[in-house]
Design a protein around this ligand. Structure first.
Ligand code: SF4
Ligand code: SF4
Length: 365
């Protein structure tokens, strides 16, 4: 007999955590979505990595105890949605820089292995230039499920398409030799394919990709490179806010930065939703469930995030109109979203955070 409990999700679980472990990068691409991703002078870089390494155990410690989800896309004949392994995507910057590897990436893989064993998967996102036989072997030894190469586009390989294709060819041979299979999961796809791993894929900011129009942030914004229009709603797509409060079910993903700041989307809202060096991820998300602005974002409908503050969808559209630093007219929901966060949602998050702190204090007494 089918019990209702088997159809619903118990406890806070997620499909995916996109964890940016460092700002350090070997490039400073003109199209990058965050200007903190860049090379740093050696002393600054050492200090930054040391701080990020110190915070990492606290951040991972505040990830959910169990990282699995019910796959609503895979309904069984008996009506049950199977529980499947969630994943942590480790990204930068460039996570394969030698000091980032040793001080952050490998310790992080160990922390995740200790916490989840084989019940969750780890993916490593890299530009790919620094990937060789030895590094791939070190990743595989540490049990990674996927290597995702994110640089196959004209921005990273502006010199020529050939350079990108040469990198793709070299890495494909490397993966094949090591027995790593091509993934059937497109990087922008929410649909889960049953792949035991290890697997690899390639993607980039190409015109056909979900990030091809570029988020209006970081250097992409400063350089006037985003071609997004109003109907290019990044929120309603992979890595947007869509589904971030759908705890325990398909599509529930959040983003975390190297300092432990939590966001509903990879582009990052103007105000973080919590601090994982201080609080459990589950406590933060659960405190936002049922609250109008956050539910609107979770539905991929940023137009509606301001309604409870008296900002109608039409007013929201007005707030989406701006000029780029290069002087061009630009209209996109992420701009209105930043505005609403600065004017209203920051205060709401502050209040909810104080309520969580009080609840914790009361609980301890
Ligand atoms: S786009 Fe990627 S490789 Fe380029 S600066 Fe940003 S994080 Fe680094
Ligand atoms: S509208 Fe806001 S929440 Fe949605 S993707 Fe843009 S910045 Fe993120």
């Amino acid at each position: 007999m089918l019990h209702k409990r088997q159809l619903v999700v118990v406890g806070t679980m997620l499909e995916s955590i996109y964890y940016v472990i460092t700002w350090a990068c070997d490039r400073a691409c003109a199209h990058c979505y965050d200007d903190r991703f860049r090379p740093y002078p050696s002393d600054d870089r050492s200090r930054m990595l040391a701080k990020q390494a110190e915070q990492m155990p606290k951040i991972v410690g505040h990830f959910p105890d169990r990282l699995t989800f019910r796959d609503l896309c895979d309904q069984q004949a008996d009506g049950i949605f199977p529980e499947k392994p969630g994943r942590v995507i480790l990204s930068g910057g460039e996570v394969l820089l030698p000091d980032v590897r040793e001080k952050l990436l490998y310790p992080c893989l160990t922390l995740l292995r200790d916490k989840y064993g084989k019940t969750a998967r780890t993916a490593v996102q890299t530009g790919g230039d620094l990937l060789d036989e030895r590094v791939l072997d070190e990743l595989l030894t540490r049990g990674i499920w996927m290597v995702s190469v994110s640089s196959i586009d004209a921005f990273h390989h502006a010199e020529s398409d050939e350079r990108g294709e040469r990198l793709r060819g070299r890495l494909t041979r490397l993966f094949e030799k090591a027995g790593v299979e091509p993934s059937g999961i497109a990087a922008e796809c929410r649909e889960l394919v049953e792949e035991a791993g290890p697997v690899y894929n390639f993607f980039g900011a190409t015109p056909d990709a979900w990030i091809g129009k570029l988020w209006p942030s970081g250097r992409a914004w400063q350089n006037g490179l985003s071609t997004a229009k109003y109907m290019d709603n990044f929120c309603n797509a992979w890595s947007g806010g869509l589904g971030f409060l759908g705890l325990g079910r398909t599509g529930c993903e959040v983003a975390v930065d190297p300092e432990g700041k939590l966001y509903p989307c990879c582009r990052k809202t103007a105000v973080p939703y919590g601090d994982l060096t201080q609080e459990r991820l589950a406590d933060i998300l659960e405190s936002l469930v049922g609250k109008a602005p956050f539910e609107a974002i979770a539905c991929g409908a940023p137009e509606r995030m301001g309604i409870s503050f008296g900002v109608s969808p039409a007013d929201f559209r007005e707030r989406c109109i701006t000029r780029t630093p290069k002087g061009a007219l630009f209209v996109n929901p992420c701009i209105g979203c930043d505005d609403i966060h600065r004017e209203f949602i920051g205060d709401v998050l502050g209040r909810i955070s104080r309520e969580r702190a009080k609840k914790n204090r009361d609980g301890k007494q």
